[in-house]
Design a binder for this molecule. Structure first.
Ligand SMILES: *[C@@H]1O[C@H](CO)[C@@H](O)[C@H](O)[C@H]1NC(C)=O
Ligand SMILES: *[C@@H]1O[C@H](CO)[C@@H](O)[C@H](O)[C@H]1NC(C)=O
Ligand SMILES: *[C@@H]1O[C@H](CO)[C@@H](O)[C@H](O)[C@H]1NC(C)=O
Ligand SMILES: *[C@@H]1O[C@H](CO)[C@@H](O)[C@H](O)[C@H]1NC(C)=O
Length: 412
């Protein structure tokens, strides 16, 4: 008995002694890895001192104390690894405030190999992003949006093996998206919008976790790339993309589609019957038809349909009235002909709250519900060939001259 209790007693005593010694050593030795401190110093030195406001995070970076050993209002915007793991602390997070810092990113950033998040967004950083970024294998979040960074991403982006969210939007970045982007298997969110990226968009159907993709307002060319099936939000507008959009009809999770490019062909039935699709904005393309059948739509969550400024021909699709949740419809600036279906009248105001059919070649009388003083809808039927008295507000600024109507409708 006595013997048995002595062993745990003595081992727990030595454990306590070890703990005390360890914490004394930790107090003395716990310090930021030297090259991590140097990387922070280099970042601070790269910023124009006149662009470091007195109350900003970076003005609190006081290198007379150790970054990970500092307390109070020092070294705001950084987080360190837990010192229990290791006697040497590492920087794991840099998330700067939007203080307007005017600087650049130095090569030393690649020494911060324990970094998991880096956020420099909404400042005035400029110059190229150093290739040493590829050493940040543990980075899960990178946001540099809203700066003036230039140059390409091909030299470093495929090194970010753990990246989940990448936001490079609103910079001056250029060059292609490298094919090897598809190796970043953890990506869920990628935003490269509002840059000068060019070339073809590589196939990224291998990024099976990707949820949100925004490549809008760049200079991409070519056709739709192969996209991952889990994608929920797709923005490719304001590029030079062309070809058909039919393949989107197989991406069953899509909720939001925004394309304004040079796409041709039709809005296929498979797209309109996507089970989660809420917003479809394919305005400013060269699409010629909407494949709508009457049985389509009843349970569709579609709320917004924007097909303005395309090359739609033929009659207005009656089937739109079957989309129970549809509220906003814009088919303006197309080549649509024929009457406004009587069924449209019953949807006005409830649930339809916005209906733009202006600048087509629609003709005939308007359904009587359009002439109601209690109509709560924004819309326009102007510049068609309708019998639409100007004192009815939705009739807008008048119709086309008869000559334009006869020749256009006569040609169809
Ligand atoms: C632990 O400390 C050593 C230096 O003593 C450093 O090289 C290493 O990266 C650190 N590991 C972690 C996980 O912080
Ligand atoms: C830190 O980065 C610089 C520039 O990339 C490099 O020359 C240096 O060797 C690195 N230091 C360490 C300790 O890794
Ligand atoms: C649709 O896209 C156009 C062109 O990019 C844009 O101007 C418009 O605001 C978008 N509309 C909706 C409802 O998303
Ligand atoms: C519109 O309604 C008003 C009042 O309800 C009626 O007097 C008028 O004749 C109608 N106009 C047309 C074009 O149907």
């Amino acid at each position: 008995m006595d013997f048995q209790t002595r062993i745990p007693l003595s081992s727990s005593t030595s454990f306590v002694v070890a703990m005390v010694l360890a914490s004394i050593f930790a107090l003395v030795l716990s310090k930021t890895l030297r090259s991590d401190t140097e990387a922070l110093q280099a970042l601070r030195r790269s910023i124009d001192p006149n662009m470091i406001p007195p109350s900003s995070y970076i003005s609190s970076w006081d290198f007379s104390v150790d970054p990970c050993d500092s307390t109070g209002a020092k070294f705001l915007g950084i987080l360190c690894s837990n010192p229990e793991d290791n006697m040497t602390n590492r920087i794991v997070s840099i998330e700067l405030d939007n203080a307007g810092y005017d600087g650049f990113l130095t090569h030393n950033i690649g020494n911060l190999t324990e970094l998991t998040s880096l956020d420099l967004s909404r400042n005035q950083f400029r110059g190229p992003l150093p290739d040493t970024l590829k050493n940040l294998k543990k980075l899960t979040m990178l946001s540099i949006s809203g700066n003036f960074f230039t140059g390409g991403i091909a030299g470093w982006i495929d090194g970010l093996k753990n990246i989940e969210s990448i936001d490079l939007s609103e910079n001056l970045l250029s060059g292609p998206i490298p094919m090897r982007i598809s190796e970043l298997r953890r990506l869920t969110r990628m935003n490269l919008a509002n840059n000068e990226f060019s070339g073809r968009i590589p196939d990224i159907n291998g990024l099976w976790k990707l949820d949100t993709l925004d490549l809008g307002s760049n200079m991409f060319v070519g056709s739709l790339p192969k996209l991952p099936t889990k994608l929920r939000s797709l923005t490719l507008s304001h590029n030079q993309l062309s070809g058909r959009i039919t393949e989107l009809g197989s991406l069953n999770e899509l909720r939001h589609i925004d394309l304004s490019d040079k796409f041709t062909g039709s809005i296929s039935r498979s797209i309109l019957s996507l089970p989660s699709l809420n917003q479809l904005n394919v305005s400013f393309n060269q699409l010629t038809s909407i494949e709508l059948y009457n049985h389509l739509g009843s349970s569709s969550p579609l709320q917004v349909l924007n097909v303005q400024r395309n090359r739609l021909q033929g009659h207005l699709p009656v089937g739109l009235v079957n989309f129970e949740n549809l509220q906003v419809i814009n088919l303006a600036y197309n080549g649509l002909t024929g009457r406004i279906p009587l069924a449209y009248g019953q949807r006005l105001g409830r649930p339809w709250r916005s209906l733009f059919l202006d600048d087509n070649f629609l003709s005939g009388h308007i359904p009587r519900q359009f002439n109601s003083s209690s109509l709560r809808i924004s819309g326009n039927l102007g510049n068609n060939c309708l019998n639409c008295p100007m004192r009815i507000p939705i009739c807008g600024g008048g119709q086309r001259p008869a000559s334009a109507c006869i020749s256009e409708i006569g040609n169809r």
